[in-house]
Structure formats: structure tokens, C-alpha cells
Design a protein around this ligand. Structure first.
Ligand code: 13P
Length: 392
């Protein structure tokens, strides 16, 4: 990650992009929002965090587009898309051509977006600070976010699990992101999930991820950015749906216990979980229905996410777009059809923060030079997610 060092204190930069979603009357107090403020944050910072968090998950249907791949991952996505079409030899790009290509793709993608469907976009540090593309979004009243987490490092005690790096220098980096227009951030923590026989996740990895996510959330709020806490429970292994639910509940419960210790203002946060689901190597994978996923998902959310949290924004985890949309739609349809005393009738907003499920097909069209089709495809995907988040 690149950044411009800034003083290690909270500051309110004067050169912010303006956006009606996060413009604030600083004379208002948090109590007007109905919040009991027992955090170390000042009322004006707390209020801005709460207003931004709510704007990211409302009005119902709107959600987040995740475009925060690292430069290397973005190049690999282009490469994979090209491999589908090139029969003889792939073009070799220089570093500056690669960088230009990443910038062009993001510009083309952002130009398609509408705040009718998309509330916020997550950018990499490169896109925000080097390409300066945040302004395209804020001019459309779309809130700019930034990926905060760094690279993965192996966890010595458990060779198949990882530590997420990036806490050391996080505050100045997020302050620089805020000065460049960002108003929220995200941190992804991968969490392995196998059958009990294979014993993952380990207790030590759950402890580390919970502590890391809570520290990230506290630092992000200190920098004036709404944290999106992303426990990404993986589904590549042999876990059953029941096991996936168990691990989701355990991991999320541990994260909020640590958030409490770190004084995180939950009303100014979002959570980005995966949908609980059987692993790709579990025999029930091919017969599971969106309705099964919806019941499991709402059980996890209602049991483990505090009601104070502003909203849930699911990741797609590499599921095909149609599957990710069908899961989100089933989740929200189940909310719509639930009534008291079901806990599913009184849940927080449940929407999307999809990356691959929004842009997977659009990238393939873009590398072919089919820009009109790419734009139509991206818009259709955003609209599909929007409808799904309403349960349509
Ligand atoms: P996917 O929807 O492609 O999983 O990406 C979301 C994301 O931001 C993962 O960190």
C-alpha cells in the first residue's frame, strides 16, 4: 500500500469532496440521532460515522460495489478474461501499460454507476490516491471507501490459516484516504471452515482475526471512516451447512466481544459476512437451495450481529453473479415474508458489497473492447443486486 505520511492524530481535512450523503450540520448532536454515546469519539465524529453508515445501506436496495482488488489481482483478472478469448499468444504489457489499463477499466466502470443502485464503492489505495478517481464517484453522490487490510502472512501455529497484515501504519494511511475523500473502509479477514474432523478454523486464528478486526474498526473510526468488518468464512472445503453456521456464529460473536473492549461505536459500523453455505467438497453442495441459504443466513445474523450495527453487506465470495443475486434475493424475501414474533422480521438492512458478482462478466466484455456491452452488463448487474436487496 502506498500513502503520504500525515500526523498521527485525528484531523478534519478542509478539502473534502462534497456529497449530500455525508454533508453534516456540525451543530446537530448525536442525541438527535437517538444514539447513547458512551464511546471515546467526539459527538461530531460519531454523528458523521452514523450518518455515513446508514447512507451506505439505505434507502433499501442500494448496496456497495467492491473494486478494491490489489493491482496484481486486477492484472490477473484481465489476464484470465483474455485467456478465454485469445487463441494465439497473450499480449505482454509493460508496468506502465498495466497501470494505465487498470485506471481505464476503473474509469469506465465508475462512469456507468448510478446512486440509484450503488451507495458506495470500495477503492484500492492505488485507485484513490494515485489515480484520483474518487471524485467521479462523489460527483454522483456515491460514497467513496478504501480497502484497509494489507497482505496475508502465514500463521505459524496453523499452516493453512493466515494473519492479515496492515495494522501498524493504519491510522495515517486511513487519514490520508479520508483527506482524499474516503468516508468508509473495509478489512477482510479470511476464516477457514472445514468439517470438525479437519479442525479448522483453529481457536488461535479465530482469536487473532477477532482482535485484528476490532482494532481495525477502532482505528478506522478514529480516522473518521466507517469500518466494514469482513469476516470471510470460506466455503472451499468439506464443511456442512450446519458447520458453516456454527463457525459464522462463533467468529462473529467473538468479533463483537472484542469490538466492545476496543470501544467501537457499533452504530457507525457495517459487517460484511459471507453467506453460510456447504463447502464445495460437501455432498449437499449441489442440492442446496437459496431458501436453505436464506434460513441459515438469517439465523446467523439474528443470533450474532448486535441490533445496533447499521447494516449487513454480504460479500459474493466468487459465486457466479446469478447465484449471489439469488441468495441475496432469498434472504430479503424471507425477511419480507416474516412477521412478529419471528426474529427475522426485525433485522437490520441486508444488502450487498459484491465485487466479482457485479463485474465478473463486465471485465470479460471490456478486455474484448466491447465497451457498450460491458456498460449494459455492469448496469444490469447493479440493478439485479438492487432488486435482490429488496427481496424481488
Ligand atoms: P467478492 O464479492 O468478489 O467476494 O468481493 C468482495 C470483497 O470485497 C472481498 O473482500
Amino acid at each position: 500500500m502506498t500513502s503520504t505520511p500525515v500526523p498521527n492524530t485525528f484531523s478534519s481535512p478542509q478539502n473534502l469532496f462534497t456529497s449530500s450523503n455525508n454533508a453534516l450540520d456540525q451543530t446537530d448532536t448525536v442525541s438527535e440521532l437517538g444514539i447513547f454515546l458512551d464511546s471515546h469519539l467526539s459527538p461530531s465524529v460519531a454523528k458523521e460515522l452514523i450518518v455515513t453508515a446508514r447512507a451506505l445501506v439505505g434507502p433499501r436496495g442500494r448496496g456497495i460495489y467492491a473494486t478494491d482488488e490489489s493491482p496484481e489481482t486486477m492484472d490477473a483478472l484481465f489476464r484470465a478474461a483474455e485467456r478465454d478469448i485469445e487463441e494465439q499468444g497473450l499480449k505482454v504489457y509493460s508496468d506502465s501499460e498495466k497501470s494505465e489499463r487498470r485506471k481505464e477499466w476503473k474509469k469506465d466502470a465508475y462512469e456507468v454507476l448510478s446512486s440509484e443502485y450503488i451507495s458506495g464503492v470500495i477503492l484500492s489505495f492505488e485507485t484513490l490516491l494515485e489515480f484520483n478517481l474518487g471524485q467521479i464517484l462523489t460527483e454522483k453522490d456515491i460514497i467513496v471507501g478504501v480497502r484497509a487490510h494489507g497482505e496475508l502472512a502465514p500463521l505459524p501455529a496453523s499452516p493453512f490459516e493466515f494473519i492479515v497484515q496492515g495494522l501498524d501504519n493504519l491510522l495515517p494511511q486511513l487519514q490520508a484516504a479520508r483527506a482524499a475523500g474516503a468516508r468508509f473502509s473495509k478489512w477482510r479477514a479470511p476464516i477457514a471452515c472445514t468439517s470438525p474432523a479437519l479442525e479448522l478454523p483453529s481457536q488461535v486464528s479465530l482469536d487473532i482475526q477477532a482482535e485484528t478486526l476490532a482494532m481495525f474498526a477502532a482505528i478506522s473510526q478514529e480516522a473518521g471512516l466507517v469500518p466494514i468488518i469482513e469476516p470471510d468464512v470460506e466455503f472451499s472445503a468439506d464443511a456442512s451447512l450446519e458447520r458453516s453456521v456454527e463457525i459464522h456464529e462463533k467468529a462473529i460473536g467473538m468479533i463483537y466481544a472484542r469490538c466492545r473492549e476496543h470501544g467501537v461505536l457499533l452504530e457507525g459500523t457495517l459487517i460484511k459476512p459471507s453467506f453460510p453455505q456447504p463447502g464445495l467438497k460437501h455432498h449437499s453442495r449441489s442440492t442446496i437451495t437459496p431458501k436453505d441459504i436464506a434460513i441459515a443466513t438469517l439465523a446467523v445474523i439474528s443470533r450474532s450481529v448486535p441490533a445496533a450495527v447499521a447494516g449487513v453487506v454480504f460479500l459474493s465470495g466468487g459465486l457466479p453473479s446469478s447465484v449471489a443475486i439469488s441468495y441475496l434475493s432469498a434472504v430479503n424475501a424471507l425477511v419480507n415474508s416474516s412477521s412478529a414474533p419471528s426474529p427475522f422480521s426485525r433485522l437490520l438492512p441486508l444488502t450487498f458489497s459484491y465485487g466479482r458478482a457485479i463485474q465478473g462478466d463486465a471485465i470479460k466484455l471490456w478486455v474484448r473492447g466491447e465497451k457498450d456491452s460491458m456498460k449494459a452488463n455492469l448496469e444490469e448487474a447493479c440493478q439485479g443486486c438492487y432488486k435482490a436487496a429488496k427481496g424481488e
